[in-house]
Design a protein. Structure first.
Ligand code: ATP
Ligand code: MG
Length: 436
């Protein structure tokens, strides 16, 4: 806006100044024309007087030239004044007086040419010529005066215009500078406020993030603790069942065997009953063994991971009727690492049995230089891992176990394309955990 106002002021100033300068030019031209007219009238008078006094025709040359110039001068002066101007009346009077003066001089010169001495001397003697000349001077002076006044007024107008544009440009520039300063101040304030807000937000975000990290860490710790407690409880229960219930059942079996030998030759019904009792006790012992095995796989402690997994796979295959192919390498993992692998395979098999409707399962355990890779793959109906309900804990528990041991866990599955569960476990989780 300021720039537009500046342009407007500048343009107006320029227009007014050029108008005034043109006027000055006009006035100056008019003044010069009046001066020239006066000069030519004087030239004509000098020429005519010279001729009258000497009779020398050479004086007639400047006289005649001046007469021609005078009529041209009058013509151009008439053109330079508009009709309604007050100067037009003065110019008309001046023209009349000049024409009278010319007529008077022409008469004298003509009489001198004709040799009419008395007549031209008479004309010369009268005051008519002087009166005409005075009037011409007076009217030319008026015209010059009015042109000078016009010039002064136009000059004043130029000065006024210059002052006005100077003040206008100054004021507008000052206003623009002030507005720019205010804008800068405002934008700096806004920027500062924005930065402050950003900082506050960042602080809040950092705080929330650290809170979330803390909560996640404590939840992970709790989950690890619960898993340990669960394993310990299961171990404790398995030991109790083994020691107490096992002792009771074995004692009962021994008693039955002793009774059997003592009751030889008794009615066959008693023998049958005792046989039935022995079988019941045997199935009780087998059930106890199965429960203990499920609680705490003794095969894992006694035979090692590979054999324990073979047994787990074989029993699952017999129970479910799904074919299982195993490719198991001996791996050097500590007890908790072995238990992690065992539980991983166990939960994966349970899931396959519950959901997959598979016909074939592949279990592989491979040992690499510093990590172990476990994979359980089925050809069942698959699922969308992104859409698993949060209320289920099998996969989440597996992931937690593996990650707590410093490993990586992944589930790859697609509807209709089977499922693959993989885990990579470091061979020395403690050393790796210490490094990270
Ligand atoms: N092998 C698989 N084939 C098809 N679907 C599977 C398979 N494994 C898991 N799923 C799907 O993933 C879901 C989550 O499994 P997850 O083991 O986490 O929970 P769950 O078995 O339903 O319950 P929980 O294990 O807690 O008793 C299952 O409900 C099932 O829909
Ligand atoms: Mg499950």
């Amino acid at each position: 806006m300021a720039a537009l106002v500046l342009i407007a002021i500048n343009e107006t100033g320029y227009n007014r100044s050029t108008q005034a300068l043109e006027q000055i030019d006009d006035y100056s031209r008019t003044r010069n024309a009046v001066n020239r007219l006066l000069q030519h009238v004087l030239d004509a008078e000098t020429g005519s007087r010279g001729y009258l006094l000497t009779g020398d025709p050479r004086y007639l040359e400047p006289y005649n030239a001046a007469v021609v110039e005078i009529s041209q001068n009058l013509e151009s002066l008439r053109a330079s004044y508009p009709e309604e101007a007050t100067e037009s009346a003065t110019l008309a009077q001046l023209t009349r007086n000049v024409q009278r003066k010319l007529a008077e001089m022409d008469l004298s010169v003509r009489m001198r040419k004709q040799g009419n001495e008395d007549a031209w001397k008479f004309v010369l003697m009268t005051d008519v010529g002087k009166e005409h000349m005075d009037a011409i001077r007076d009217q030319a002076g008026k015209l010059i005066q009015s042109a000078t006044t016009g010039m002064v007024a136009a000059q004043q107008q130029v000065e006024q215009t210059l002052i006005l544009s100077r003040v206008g440009i100054g004021v507008v520039a000052l206003a623009a500078l002030t507005a720019f300063y205010l804008y800068l101040r405002q934008s700096t304030r806004l920027k500062l406020a924005g930065e402050q807000q950003q900082r506050a937000l960042q602080q809040e975000r950092d705080l929330l993030e650290s809170q979330v990290r803390e909560r996640t860490a404590s939840l992970a710790q709790l989950a690890t603790h619960l898993q340990q407690v669960r394993e310990e409880e299961r171990g404790h229960l398995a030991r109790e069942l083994h020691d107490e219930l096992g002792a009771l059942l074995t004692a009962a079996k021994l008693d039955v065997a002793r009774l059997k030998s003592k009751l030889a030759g008794q009615p066959p019904e008693i023998g049958q009953r005792l046989q039935h009792l022995t079988e019941t006790l045997n199935s009780g012992i087998a059930l106890k063994r199965r429960i203990i095995e499920d609680l705490r796989p003794s095969s894992l402690a006694n035979l090692g991971l590979t054999a324990a997994l073979e047994i787990l796979a074989r029993e699952f295959s017999e129970r479910s009727g799904i074919e299982i192919a195993t490719s198991l390498e001996d791996v050097a993992l500590d007890d908790s690492g072995q238990l992690t692998v065992y539980r991983l395979v166990q939960e994966s098999l349970t899931n396959v049995g519950k959901y997959a409707e598979a016909t074939q399962i592949d279990i592989s355990v491979h040992s690499y230089s510093n990590h172990v890779e476990v994979e359980i793959k089925d050809d069942g109906k698959g699922f969308d891992p992104q859409a698993v309900r949060p209320s289920t804990h099998g996969l989440a528990g597996m992931r937690h176990r593996v990650e707590a041991a410093g490993g990586r866990f992944a589930v790859a599955s697609q509807l209709g394309a089977g499922t693959r569960v993989t885990a990579v476990l470091p061979k020395a989780p403690l050393a790796i955990a210490a490094l990270t």
